[in-house]
Design a protein around this ligand. Structure first.
Ligand code: PGA
Length: 242
C-alpha cells in the first residue's frame, strides 16, 4: 500500500465544545506517520478551535463559496479558509448537491476558487441507487468530473462516494470500488490528467479501511461517522498500520 490519505469529514458531528478535547487528544496521541496521512475537516466555526489545539493536524473545510469575494451574505470564501489554516476543501459533497441544489456548474466555480487560493479541492462524485440501477453511473460520474477538467492533477483530489453507501451499514463492495475508480482513472487519462489521487468514501470503518486502501487505484478514504471521536479515529489510523 502506498501512502493513503485519510480525510475525516466531521459534518456537524463534532461540536465546538467537544472539538477542543478531541483536537488535544489528536495533538498528543498521533504519531508522525498518522499526522502525515490525516486531514481533519471540522465545521467552519470549529476550524479555529482545532487549529489552536492541534496546530500540526492538517485542516480541511467542508465547503466554500463559489465566489471569490463580494456581497454574498453567509458565504465562507476560499481565501479566508486558507488564512485560518486550511489546506483542503471538500466540494460537491452529495449532501450539498442534494440539500442545496448545488449543480456541477456551481461546483466548477468552487474548484476554481480553491485552486486560486492555493487550497486543494476534494471533489466528491457518485451516483444514487436509482442512477446505478438505470445503468447511468459512468455517465453521471464523468459529468461530475467535468468540474476539475483542465486542472493540474496534483492540485485536485477526487472522492468517489456512492450516495447509497454514505450513512449506510457497509461500504460499497471492493469490486464496485475497483470498477468505478478504474472508470475515473480512464476518464482522467483521456483528459491527460493522470496522477490525480482518488479516495473512496461511504461507510468506511476500522474493519474495512485497510482492505479498501489496499485496492489498486485507491489513494485513501473520506470518512464520516467513524471519524467523529478520538478513539474511533485513532482506531481507523491504527487499522491501517496493522
Ligand atoms: P459516512 O460518511 O462515512 O458516515 O458514511 C461519509 C461521507 O459522507 O463523506
Amino acid at each position: 500500500m502506498n501512502t493513503p490519505l485519510i480525510v475525516a469529514n466531521w459534518k456537524t458531528g463534532v461540536s465546538v465544545s467537544s472539538a477542543r478535547a478531541f483536537a488535544r487528544a489528536l495533538s498528543t496521541q498521533l504519531t508522525v506517520w498518522e499526522r502525515r496521512h490525516l486531514v481533519v475537516c471540522p465545521s467552519a466555526p470549529t476550524l479555529g478551535v482545532v487549529h489552536n489545539a492541534a496546530p500540526h493536524v492538517t485542516l480541511g473545510a467542508q465547503d466554500c463559496s463559489a465566489f471569490e469575494e463580494g456581497a454574498h451574505t453567509g458565504d465562507v470564501v476560499a481565501r479566508d479558509l486558507r488564512a485560518v489554516g486550511c489546506r483542503f476543501v471538500v466540494v460537491g459533497h452529495s449532501e450539498r448537491r442534494t440539500s442545496y441544489a448545488e449543480t456541477n456548474a456551481i461546483i466548477t466555480e468552487k474548484v476554481k476558487r480553491c485552486v486560486a487560493a492555493n487550497l486543494t479541492p476534494i471533489i466528491c462524485v457518485g451516483e444514487t441507487k436509482q442512477e446505478r440501477d438505470r445503468g447511468e453511473t459512468d455517465m453521471i460520474i464523468e459529468a461530475q468530473l467535468q468540474s476539475i477538467k483542465g486542472e493540474a492533477p496534483h492540485r485536485v483530489i477526487v472522492a468517489y462516494e456512492p450516495l447509497w453507501a454514505i450513512g449506510a451499514k457497509e461500504p460499497a463492495s471492493e469490486s464496485v470500488i475497483n470498477e468505478i475508480h478504474q472508470h475515473i482513472q480512464s476518464v482522467l487519462r483521456r483528459w491527460r490528467m493522470s496522477g490525480v489521487t482518488i479516495l473512496y468514501g461511504g461507510a468506511v470503518d476500522a474493519q474495512h479501511i485497510a482492505s479498501i486502501c489496499a485496492l489498486p487505484n485507491v489513494g485513501g478514504v473520506l470518512v464520516g461517522r467513524a471519524s467523529w471521536n478520538a478513539s474511533s479515529l485513532r482506531g481507523l489510523l491504527r487499522a491501517l498500520q496493522r
